[in-house]
Design a protein. Structure first.
Length: 609
């Protein structure tokens, strides 16, 4: 995995050149260059970099492939898409989605009152708004207000009670009635972690009996002309195309039957989200078994085939694949603060005038190790190490001797790994796994990668520089929270190897990729670590511009956000300092200045990195 799986997950968005990760777009700046420029302004801790051109690329790709499939299959309906705000509601993301998607009439989907207000305010004129999730009378009335305001809005009902509320609101007011959709509860289930979104036990949707009853209710209320959409969803991040095909046949036939029952205004099928993103960076494990080409072709072909067989006009097709649109646009960059085996550096060796014979032999093995003898010398070193541990337990050597032995053997193993990196033996590979390095990253997994902690969802991770040398250290990543779950452990089945860097002398930055979907909105303030600083990077033919800087909350802001009276906290800290009798008046003033500085910063560690 010398290129960290770029050929698998990066979709040609990033490339390695001159030992650094670069954007494969226009002037092709490196992530290190962008990161260094931001950090030159005394920015510490992790940062989020947003690349709006990647949002544009994904929107364009989605529409182009569906338009291609429509043309190839002589399909008579149109393709439409909306972005589910639940995937990422951050302002810079919504701005990128709406601005880059305006050309394609790309709309928004809301699943709560706040999201609906956001959709009403941010959706470009004429584009679609869909409303999903459970709703009360207030939320449904908001949908009426949106329709009255000229929004092209469709409310998907999740149960008969919601439909009854719509009918009730329509009878009480003169506001325009929004378009109505019905979420159908399919027998078909999805695949992957989120498969429970589909199937008969799914949280949302109407059964066949309820669908028939819904049509009757709409007829009786003279609102059947408002029924425009059938909606289904079989799960986010669909790993397998087969369940989708099965669901399409089921939903397509439901649509056709409803048309035959007199639902003449019914004109669209919304297949929900689920278009998977490739998160894996290993050849033997892929997140999906289909391409966007196969996905779009399957949807268009199957729906066309069903409608042709039933003698029904082809419906317009809607999707809500938000993960596919925004996952790739955001990169989390975090500094490595410490390598926990730094105490094995040769500079820490401290020999005596007279050392135990086995220590002297280890010194010779370390000095004379080369490609020809490294396996033999490695075996000798490991044997000596066991003997020295026994001598220590028996009291024949002291702690300094043991320390020297550990450092020497550790370095002999590392040198052997480098010497045989092109053709490692099974023994060396096992040693490589055993000789794990713990990399302390200045970030919180709970805040920035909650799906890893909660669901075991892996994300592509790689250094953004030092890539002109081969990484050989089996790596576990530890975050700075005081929680043992804040770790991405080494997995021999999907190994991550990083570089052996002297952090005291060199920066070492890791990039976590495809983190633009869900991670930010699901991130939690565990240990009161807040959302990282974020920056939008717009790339041109001649350079790049860093825009829309959003600073993370400082310590006082995050305390205030969870309900503390921060003014009382500040007053208490100042009062305690003023009452101190151990320092001079000037020292009190200087200390107070330091305290105010600390309170105005975020909670991430501030080191030389």
């Amino acid at each position: 995995m010398n290129n960290f799986g770029l050929n698998i997950w990066a979709n040609k968005n990033f490339i390695i050149e001159d030992g650094e990760v670069r954007l494969n777009y226009k002037s092709m700046p490196s992530l290190l260059e962008i990161t260094s420029k931001i950090r030159s302004n005394d920015v510490k801790g992790p940062i989020i970099l947003r690349f709006p051109h990647l949002v544009k690329r994904q929107i364009k790709t989605l529409y182009n492939y569906f338009d291609k499939a429509i043309e190839e299959n002589n399909y008579q309906g149109s393709f439409n898409a909306v972005f589910p705000l639940k995937v990422n509601q951050f302002p810079a993301v919504v701005e990128a989605v709406t601005s880059q998607g305006a050309k394609y009439n790309y709309g928004l989907e809301a699943g709560s009152k706040a999201e609906l207000i956001l959709a009403m305010a941010k959706t470009p004129d004429g584009t679609n708004i869909t409303v999903n999730g459970f709703k009360d009378e207030e939320m449904l009335t908001l949908s009426f207000i949106a329709a009255q305001s000229g929004q092209n809005i469709t409310v998907t009902i999740e149960g008969l009670n919601e439909l009854e509320t719509i009918i009730n609101v329509a009878s009480k007011c003169s506001l325009k009635v929004p378009n109505i959709g019905i979420r159908v509860r399919l027998h078909s289930a999805g695949s992957g972690i989120w498969a429970k979104s589909g199937g008969m036990d799914a949280k949302f949707g109407l059964t066949s009996t309820e669908i028939i009853e819904a049509v009757k209710l709409l007829k009786d209320a003279n609102l059947l002309d408002k029924l425009r959409m059938i909606h289904f969803h079989i799960g986010s991040q669909m790993a397998d195309i087969a369940p989708l095909k099965k669901a399409l046949r089921e939903a397509g036939n439901i649509y056709a039957e409803l048309k035959k029952m007199g639902a003449d205004s019914l004109s669209s099928i919304n297949i929900g989200g689920g278009l998977a993103v490739e998160y894996d960076q290993h050849e033997k494990a892929h997140a999906r078994n289909y391409s966007i080409d196969e996905f779009s072709s399957s949807v268009v072909f199957l729906l066309g085939e069903i409608m042709n067989a039933k003698g029904v006009e082809h419906p317009d097709i809607f999707t809500e694949s938000g993960r596919f649109i925004v996952a790739s646009h955001a990169v989390l960059i975090t500094p490595v603060l410490e390598l926990f085996s730094q105490d094995y550096h040769e500079k820490l060796l401290n020999f005596k005038e007279t050392n135990p014979p086995l220590i002297e032999e280890l010194r010779e093995l370390n000095r004379l190790l080369n490609n020809a003898n490294c396996i033999e010398y490695l075996h000798d070193a490991l044997d000596h190490m066991e003997s020295l541990f026994t001598l220590f337990d028996l009291g024949y050597i002291d702690l300094q001797d043991r320390s020297n032995a550990e450092i020497l053997v550790h370095n002999i193993i590392k040198k052997a790994l480098y010497l045989k990196s092109a053709n490692p033996t099974n023994e060396l590979e096992q040693l490589q796994t055993q000789l794990q390095e713990r990399y302390l990253i200045n970030a919180s997994i709970f805040q920035s990668l909650p799906d890893y902690w909660g669901l075991g969802q892996h994300f592509p991770v790689m250094p953004i520089h030092h890539l002109n040398t081969t990484p050989l250290r089996a790596a576990s990543l530890w975050d700075i929270t005081c929680d043992s779950d804040g770790e991405i452990g080494f997995n021999p089945e999907k190994p991550l190897y990083l570089h052996d860097v002297n952090i005291d002398e060199d920066d070492y930055f890791l990039g976590f990729f495809n983190v633009g979907a869900y991670q930010e909105t699901l991130g939690m303030n565990h240990n009161l670590f807040t959302h990282p600083n974020e920056y939008t990077v717009e790339i041109s033919d001649t350079g790049y511009e860093i825009k829309n800087a959003v600073e993370s909350k400082n310590i006082l802001e995050i305390l205030n956000s969870i309900g503390y009276d921060t003014q009382k906290i500040v007053n208490k800290l100042k009062s305690d300092l003023e009452k101190s009798t151990f320092i001079t008046k000037k020292e009190k003033s200087d200390t107070l200045t330091k305290l105010e500085t600390f309170l105005s910063q975020n909670g991430y560690l501030r080191t030389t990195n």
